[in-house]
Design a protein around this ligand. Structure first.
Ligand SMILES: Nc1ncnc2c1ncn2[C@@H]1O[C@H](COP(=O)(O)OP(=O)(O)OP(=O)(O)O)[C@@H](O)[C@H]1O
Length: 360
């Protein structure tokens, strides 16, 4: 049974500015299970940072309930108003590591001292602290840079130091706030691989907020899409990517751009002599190549529907290959309907675009 480690219920965060009030988070309920990598995505200003800062009460909600590891840290509604004490909160916060876009390292301290700094409040002896810091630097592959200063490291390496520091107190949860947004693509992949590895090896639960869909695609088990303070869509990563419901989700994962490209690439000559009733554009999404390989032949043989491929693409979602294919189907309406029903039956997700709208 999945065990929730983070439980946010009906969270609202209202910022009262002098002239205007902004509701940065609107009635958000979110559960993250132990050991999951949960991606929270959305455009800038959607409320992602505010929401995750609520988890360790760096941001106090206006109302709602914050529960971490079964302990209620905050609860406020019409009948209840309680909040964990400052001392207990400090202890709880050590169980939640954080990494940020700009690393936030202490520039005047060496890599080793930066990691040790996170352990300054622990009861450990100096030698134990140093040993632990070195072990963590080994984990992130930077043991040989322990005496360097942050400025002497690349962005990716600085983020590794930040990860080692975030893990110093052995947290069960790691919050990553746009941690790869300032990195080049190669370092981004390396940092995401590292996050995936520590998730697996240490059983760490990771909440990853990002506007980079590539990042969640690589590592997340589940995603939530935020817009104007609300979660508008959520679920298993592969499911959301293959069956996006909301326009914004389609936009974020690139379906909309792909559709525009498919329309642009349509062989206008080939369809010029057909009337609107005789063809349509369809977008097929499928997991597993074997489903799609024989499609064209099958649709022609079984349903007398002609398939022309406009373009296709195979992507990888957390290790699962997911294919998308834009094709035109030519044939009478009834045959095309039968063909589409058949595709759905064999597990292909089908989006149909009316030919009239497509070439309008
Ligand atoms: N301390 C604050 N005071 C007032 N308004 C704030 C504060 N923090 C955030 N906001 C507002 O709340 C909304 C959500 O901001 P938030 O930073 O959570 O979004 P985000 O999705 O994380 O975007 P970004 O990645 O750009 O930070 C925005 O309208 C922002 O201007």
């Amino acid at each position: 049974m999945a065990e929730p480690i983070i439980n946010l219920e009906n969270i609202n965060v209202l910022f009262n500015q002098t002239s205007t009030a902004v509701t940065a988070v609107k009635n958000v309920t979110l559960q993250v299970n132990k050991g999951e990598i949960y991606g929270v995505v959305g455009y800038s200003g959607a409320g992602k940072s505010t929401l995750v800062r609520v988890i360790n009460l760096l941001q106090l909600p206006t109302s709602g309930k914050v529960e971490v590891n079964g302990d209620v840290l905050f609860e406020k509604n019409d009948t209840v108003s309680k909040r964990i004490g400052a001392k207990d909160l400090r202890v709880k916060r050590r169980n939640i590591g954080m990494i940020f876009q700009h690393f936030n390292l202490l520039e005047e301290k060496t890599v080793l001292r930066n990691v040790e700094f996170a352990l300054r409040h622990s009861q450990k002896k100096e030698k134990e602290i140093t040993d632990r810091a070195i072990r963590l630097l080994k984990l992130v592959g930077l043991e040989d840079r322990k005496d360097f200063y942050p400025a002497q490291l690349s962005g990716g390496q600085q983020q590794r130091v930040a990860i080692a520091r975030a893990l110093a107190n052995d947290p069960e949860i790691l919050i990553s706030d746009e941690a790869t947004s300032a990195l080049d693509p190669k370092s981004t992949v390396q940092i995401l691989d590292l996050l995936k590895r520590i998730n697996r090896e240490l059983g760490l639960t990771i909440v990853l907020i990002t506007h980079q869909m590539e990042a969640v695609k690589q590592v997340a088990d589940k995603i939530a899409v935020m817009s104007s303070g609300e979660i508008i869509e959520r679920g298993d990563l592969v499911n959301v990517f293959t069956h996006p419901q909301k326009e914004l989700t389609k936009e974020l994962i690139g379906t909309k751009g792909e559709l525009a490209k498919a329309i642009h690439l349509l062989d206008k000559d080939a369809i010029e002599n057909l009337n609107h009733e005789e063809w349509e554009l369809v977008h097929l999404t499928y997991t597993g190549q074997d489903v799609v390989d024989p499609i064209a032949a099958t649709l022609y043989k079984k349903f007398d529907v002609e398939v022309s491929i406009i373009f296709g693409n195979v992507d990888e979602l957390r290790g699962t290959p997911v294919g998308t294919l834009f094709v035109t189907l030519k044939g009478d309406a009834k045959s095309r309907q039968n063909a589409v029903d058949y595709l759905k039956q064999v597990g292909v997700d089908v989006d149909e675009y009316n030919s009239k709208e497509v070439i309008a």
